[in-house]
Write a protein that binds this ligand. Structure first.
Ligand code: UDP
Ligand code: MG
Length: 338
């Protein structure tokens, strides 16, 4: 049994009722408004809550803002990465650090209305293990991003082993059981949406409208989205690998038929010299197909390489508000395994 499995099975010291996990990367401009809205809400919803920021290597004042907030209210804690590791890993670190019976994940830019947490908790108390916010429209996204998202969901549904619920993202409440299940997954190329779907548990969606970002702009540019989408498909499906077997079989079959027709043609009509265009086109076409298939295999090998290196998932530069001994023991994922 790996240290990770053991650590997630451990009982949590000083558990609380509700943890709110917020990944933040250069969100200093949003933090005052976020805290003003979230802290009174948490006070109203639970007597025993904690707010965990994961500062994902921000280069602005995000960390200083959180540190100042912690001085005023010790229930606000922070895990600060040594550099930017990306939102998916920030969420993993937040789940490692959270002590709540229920853990809510939310963006720092107030695009996820915090007031929804009340409804999430109601459903959780009714017995749901996972309550996810389901975006009902994507007006805050550009048309290109919407089209891309639609194609991605379609591909994932036809390739992946677990379909993704439409519009479900990271804004969600997870029961301790689901958090522990997610913490068991040590993969480096993390595609949270797929992981949420993979773990199962009794789930329900709550529709919500995405608000506009209050300040700053989205950190997910087009190229980052594409690599994110490929991560998603590559982590949950081997169809892109297997498809080349079928394409190869098809092309070979086609080539056999071609060969037979060339032989018969030659026997009947003699040697036919022209055909330069056909040869050049078919050589370049099949060279392209071969490179494409090699590229796809390469993508998977790259991912295998990243996994076998077994580097820690993230490195913490600083923690605020955690008992060091407890943290060392619990966040085995941030430390090299023995
Ligand atoms: N984020 C992060 N690390 C990153 C990029 C983003 O922790 O490398 C956080 C960001 O601070 C925000 C959330 O992830 O709280 C969502 O980011 P963003 O608003 O840029 O994404 P979008 O809303 O466009 O999906
Ligand atoms: Mg956003």
């Amino acid at each position: 049994m790996s240290s990770l499995t053991q650590s997630t099975g451990d009982r949590i010291e000083n558990p609380c009722e509700l943890s709110l996990v917020i990944p933040a990367f250069n969100e200093a401009g949003n933090l005052p408004a976020l805290l003003a809205r979230v802290v009174p809400l948490l006070d109203r919803l639970s007597k025993d809550w904690e707010l965990i920021f994961v500062d994902d290597g921000s280069s602005d004042d995000t960390f200083a803002h959180i540190a100042a907030a912690h001085v005023k209210d010790a229930r606000i804690r922070c895990v600060s990465f040594s550099r930017n590791f990306g939102k998916e890993i920030a969420i993993a670190a937040g789940l490692d650090a959270a002590r709540g019976d229920a853990v809510v994940i939310m963006d720092a830019d107030l695009q996820h209305p915090p007031e929804m947490i009340e409804k999430f908790m109601e459903l959780w108390r009714e017995g749901y293990d996972v309550v996810y916010g389901q975006r009902i429209d994507r007006h805050t996204d550009s048309w290109a991003r919407r089209a891309f998202t639609a194609i991605f969901y379609h591909l994932f549904a036809s390739f992946g082993e677990t379909p993704l619920p439409d519009g479900a993202g990271d804004f969600r409440l997870l029961d301790r059981k689901a958090v522990n299940a997610l913490r068991l997954m040590g993969e480096r190329a993390r595609f949270s949406k797929g992981l949420y779907a993979w773990i199962g548990f009794k789930s329900v969606g709550v529709p919500f409208e995405v608000s506009d970002r209050i300040t700053g702009s989205s950190k997910f540019g087009f190229s980052r989205l594409i690599s994110f989408a490929f991560d998603g498909i590559a982590s949950f499906s081997t169809v892109p690998l297997r498809v080349w077997t079928y394409i190869g079989a098809l092309v070979s079959g086609f080539a056999l038929v071609m060969a037979a027709s060339v032989v018969i043609n030659t026997l009947i009509y003699g040697i036919d010299v022209p055909g330069y265009a056909t040869i050049v086109v078919s050589i370049t076409f099949f060279a392209g197909i071969q490179l494409l298939s090699l590229g796809i295999i390469g993508e998977y090998i790259g991912r295998i390489f990243a996994e076998v290196k077994r580097r820690p998932l993230y490195l913490v530069g600083q923690r605020i508000g955690f008992d060091e001994a407890e943290e060392q023991r619990r966040s085995s994922r941030s430390l090299p395994r023995t």
